[in-house]
Design a protein around this ligand. Structure first.
Ligand SMILES: Cc1ncc(COP(=O)(O)O)c(C=O)c1O
Length: 360
């Protein structure tokens, strides 16, 4: 007998295929009407199955945060990966350079040290590693701090062997969760103007700048409409979480964690899914389909106030995680559901590992 949803041991990561497909379809429709292309970030879902559905719907490739994510995508046949992050260790760059023989791979840089390291790796592998200059657009994390700094890195990337200058990227992460749409639009537009100014400087210096990449789920439509932006890195929209639902309610909660009621005290419902199953950063989890107020999220438990719930010990409850990228990374696999029926299991790929051979 094939195991069903009721046979799952909780807490279990669940992915609703109908909602996932609807989200991917909706985003593809939006991008059909926007000047920019979609290059979804895979850091949230860490799944080449989901990445391939996104590419089949028109995405031009994927964005990744880590070497392991990028390699998992290439191994599954995704042909174009942008690592929106600085990769500086030699073993990681060597693996990326050898993957660059079978796929188009680019890494983001904000220092000459990273460009030189990528160049060495590319030369050794006899391959070309793409270079995208990261520009700080106001978040204050990584990125060149001025157009002049971006141009000088671009000149180096254009000059060195083993690398190929592809363009610029920036991430307006300081704007993506602004709940007021008008304010979010103003802030994201101002951030993207910083990136566009750097791109214009590269062009003035006759440096190639085919890629101008930015944006996330919270800003996809604003950033995707900004003049000069060629691609958008939004990714969580496919599976969703509470953090992103606050700003983009047009996407459905495809990702949930199935939990069991383990203890009941008046209106307090205690579940077997705590921080080790749903994580607990950036936003609180939500009980799906019930009015519930989160009381606590502990290591192995979460507690919700639910009036007149009729719940009993042993009942199952679905939780929508607060922040999908953290929740997914805690699980080895998705239980894939269609129409309420368990239909498949998909691995969560490229999870963090401290094994000596791991590449994180
Ligand atoms: C570099 C980068 N690009 C894009 C995103 C947006 O991803 P999402 O669509 O999941 O919000 C993030 C999120 O942290 C990011 O760090």
């Amino acid at each position: 007998v094939t195991p069903g949803l009721a046979d799952l041991v909780t807490p279990a990561l669940v992915l609703d295929l109908d909602v996932l497909e609807a989200n991917i379809g909706r985003m593809a429709e939006r991008f059909a009407a926007l000047p920019a292309e979609l290059r979804p970030h895979v850091k949230a879902h860490k799944s080449s199955r989901i990445a391939r559905l996104q590419c089949d719907a028109g995405a031009i490739g994927v964005t990744a945060a880590t070497t392991a994510e990028a390699l998992a995508m290439v191994a599954a046949g995704v042909g174009d990966v942008l690592i929106a992050n600085q990769i500086v260790s030699e073993p990681q760059l060597a693996r990326l350079a050898s993957a660059a023989a079978e796929a188009r791979i680019a890494v983001a840089v904000d220092d000459a040290v990273q460009v030189e390291a990528a160049s060495r790796a590319g030369r050794r592998a006899g391959a070309i590693v793409g270079i995208v200059i990261e520009v700080d657009v106001g978040m204050g994390r990584a990125g060149a701090r001025s157009p002049a700094e971006a141009v000088s890195l671009a000149e180096l990337a254009a000059r060195l062997p083993g690398v190929d200058l592809r363009g610029v990227m920036g991430y307006e992460g300081h704007c993506t969760d602004e709940p007021d749409r008008a304010r979010r639009t103003v802030a994201a537009t101002a951030a993207v103007e910083i990136l566009a100014a750097a791109a214009a400087e590269l062009e003035r210096a006759s440096l190639p700048c085919g890629i101008v990449s930015a944006g996330g789920t919270g800003t996809y439509d604003v950033t995707g409409a900004c003049p000069g932006v060629t691609e958008v890195q939004a990714g969580t929209y496919a599976i969703m979480d509470e953090f992103h639902r606050a700003v983009t309610p047009e996407f459905g909660s495809a990702l949930t964690v199935l939990a069991t009621v383990t203890s009941l005290h008046g209106s307090l419902v205690v579940l077997d899914a705590g921080r080790k199953a749903i994580a607990a950063d950036l936003a609180a989890p939500r009980v799906v389909g019930r009015e519930a107020h989160v009381e606590f999220v502990h290591e192995e438990h979460s507690g919700f106030r639910v009036d007149g719930s009729g719940l009993r010990i042993g009942d199952r409850v679905s939780l929508a995680p607060g922040y999908a990228p953290s929740a997914v990374n805690l699980h080895a696999a998705y239980n894939v559901v269609r129409n309420g029926t368990l239909v498949d299991t998909w691995p969560v790929e490229a999870r963090y590992s401290s094994a000596p051979t791991a590449l994180a």
